[in-house]
Design a protein around this ligand. Structure first.
Ligand code: SF4
Length: 76
């Protein structure tokens, strides 16, 4: 199985990725809403029901379905 992205990975830090969307920094990201999750993001590359999935921004690693980062964009 692929490695799971660590919040301390440089890319994760750069994007303020958190494995749990409820832990996102609401002060830094006032538009963040806990309804925003990786599995509802346009860059999520897995089924909505998968617990882990690939993301276009994290090559070769998986992110949490309930995660979030500052590049979150609503799936069309
Ligand atoms: Fe999650 Fe989307 Fe950020 Fe990828 S771009 S880590 S799927 S919120």
């Amino acid at each position: 199985a692929q490695a799971v992205v660590d919040e301390k990975d440089p890319t994760a830090v750069a994007l303020s990725y958190v494995a749990d969307t409820t832990k996102a920094d609401g002060k830094k990201f006032p538009k963040h809403d806990k309804a925003q999750q990786c599995n509802g993001c346009a860059l999520w590359q897995a089924k909505p029901t998968d617990a882990l999935g690939n993301c276009a921004l994290f090559a070769g690693k998986q992110v949490h379905a309930k995660g979030w980062c500052s590049a979150w964009a609503k799936k069309a």
